[in-house]
Design a protein around this ligand. Structure first.
Ligand SMILES: [Zn+2]
Length: 81
């Protein structure tokens, strides 16, 4: 995995935090870990910041904004799954 891909994940995680109103990534991940069936997720397409609630292990969720199968859960982005 390239450094660019890693930093893109980090950028998207921070963006997701921001959009969901969490003050820190820890808060977001804690909530995601405590809720069994859904997890905050964000579209990985550059320039598209669509967010949704997805399965915690989702990596290819459908994005209603750009039409791609690009929505990835916060737990996957954080490398916790
Ligand atoms: Zn999108």
């Amino acid at each position: 995995m390239s450094a660019f891909a890693l930093s893109n994940k980090a950028v998207k995680l921070m963006k997701l935090c921001d959009l969901k109103g969490f003050e820190s990534l820890d808060d977001l991940l804690l909530l995601a870990a405590l809720t069994d069936c859904v997890c905050p997720a964000i579209c990985m397409t550059e320039g598209c910041d669509y967010t949704a609630e997805m399965e915690p292990d989702q990596e290819q969720g459908f994005c209603e904004a750009c039409g791609g199968n690009t929505v990835t859960s916060a737990l996957v982005l954080a490398g916790l799954i």
